[in-house]
Design a protein around this ligand. Structure first.
Ligand SMILES: [Zn+2]
Length: 236
């Protein structure tokens, strides 16, 4: 191998290691924040369309880079000491039709799922919550563990950054893992505030103009990174 090819190969390997660590941090932060339980998963798409994803049986709160698997766009396992999750198809289905998607999170967070259980539409009740609005809903509680369900979810999601799955969970899509993580946080926080407000009255819902102002101000890589850093610092 020529020296410049060796350098390029070493750079790719170093970048992959960095992305694996980001994936690990993302899952540990979601678990610490009680957004992800023992079943959730997150992924990052590499430049060659291989996908980094945590293994199914891994301990989310104690995750390390050794728990990260590599799969292809069809869900075939390429590397990893344990198997990728059964719902790996969710990630593959979205990546296949969304070239802009570089990172995906799927978990079963309580507050946003409560809304879907009773047919209560997700409504933006605080500024950051408006970034994912409107949130499409997959009208099925079934696991995304086959290609048919994955394609259905991907078409329900369309070009949106987030979707909810009825009586099941949530998915966010980002141009990087920081964006997918931040949007999952904002969506779940908004759902919690909406749920709580509904207990004592009718929550105020942001108008279209107010949401536009929020998106102009808050859809910002610097603010996404600040949100990530806030939760990352708590991991120690
Ligand atoms: Zn699920």
């Amino acid at each position: 191998m020529a020296p410049n090819e060796m350098n390029a190969s070493a750079n790719r390997a170093a970048e992959e290691t960095t992305l694996k660590q980001q994936l690990v941090d993302c899952i540990r932060m979601l678990e610490r924040n009680e957004i992800m339980d023992y079943n959730g998963h997150a992924s990052i798409r590499l430049a060659d369309d291989r996908i980094l994803i945590n293994s199914g049986p891994c301990q989310r709160s104690q995750l390390t880079v050794d728990d990260v698997c590599v799969i292809d766009l069809e869900g075939n396992q390429l590397a990893g000491k344990d198997n990728a999750p059964l719902e790996r198809h969710l990630h593959c289905g979205i990546y296949r039709v969304r070239p802009d998607a570089k990172a995906i999170i799927h978990c079963h967070p309580k507050w946003s799922t409560y809304l879907t259980m009773v047919g209560q539409a997700y409504q933006p009740v605080y500024a950051q919550g408006s970034l994912v609005h409107p949130v499409p809903l997959l009208d099925s509680p079934n696991s995304i563990n086959n290609r048919q369900m994955a394609d259905w979810l991907a078409s329900t999601l369309g070009d949106r950054p987030a979707a909810l799955l009825k009586s099941h969970g949530a998915v966010t899509v980002g141009r990087d893992i920081v964006e997918a993580f931040t949007l999952m946080n904002y969506m779940e926080e908004n759902a919690m505030r909406q749920y709580m407000a509904l207990q004592i009255g009718k929550p105020y819902v942001f108008t279209d103009d107010e949401m536009r102002l929020c998106r102009d101000k808050l859809w910002n890589a610097g603010l996404f990174q600040r949100t990530w850093d806030h939760f990352r610092a708590k991991l120690g």
